[in-house]
Design a protein around this ligand. Sequence first.
Ligand code: NAP
Length: 248
Amino acid sequence: MQLDGKVALVTGASRGIGRSIALMLAARGADIVINYAGNTEAAEKTKAEVEALGRKAMVIKADVGDTAACEAMMAEAVKEMGKIDILVNNAGITRDGLLMRMKEADWDAVLTTNLKSVYNCTKAVIKYMMKARSGRIVSISSVVGAMGNAGQSNYAAAKAGIMGFTKAVAKEAASRGITVNAIAPGFIETDMTAVLPEKVVDNLKAAIPMGRLGAPEDIAKAVAFLVSEDAAYITGQTLHVNGGMFMY
Ligand code: NAP
């Protein structure tokens, strides 16, 4: 299979899109490190599902917003799995509210978990990839980072930040055989969007040419492509996967 012998670390892999990415990469032959924040039961379930696909899996509980915790996580993963070939920066949160009323704590939490996390994990892993002279880094941005969304100034800023970070690090790492890309999902059916009122979801569907929200697997398949050998000449890009709701 395409990813046989590879080791992938996926942040926020206990649930939603991250879980789907972990399973998709495992189905293509990769061993998986499952990072999560607090939901041990869900992380262990993902681990069992990866193992049922015949791959090796381990779970690491670590806050991706914590720089030291990310360094420790990468060191632990390399010690246990021998290397990390693929990093998927997927973990993320929302703390929505109009800017006029947005609390500083909500700004800080979203920027820390969604953007500083990408710095933390990428910096901690890239030294191993530089030494190996190969690697794949994919970060999960959002359509909101490109088109904006009322009530999500913190989230939009973090997700747009990922796109700029991706371009800069892609330029730094290209000569070492490392590609760095982002994926900007549209609206995907997970716990994150389960809180949206039915009326909002109906309006969203009406704005999506394909007429449906995405499934986590729609994003996982795009990740599987970007981390494969077939995507060796693609770097610094943001791939929009959104059913046509926004065309860049
Ligand atoms: P989700 O269902 O809410 O799952 C979030 C995942 O992130 C969980 O595994 C959670 O772990 C983990 N996580 C949260 N904070 C963390 C932290 N500080 N450290 C480590 N892990 C942490 O979210 P999702 O919808 O799958 O979203 C995944 C990514 O896609 C996010 O970056 C999100 O912004 C992005 N995205 C989602 C959509 C969408 O429509 N769903 C659209 C565009 C982009 P626990 O289980 O331990 O809490």
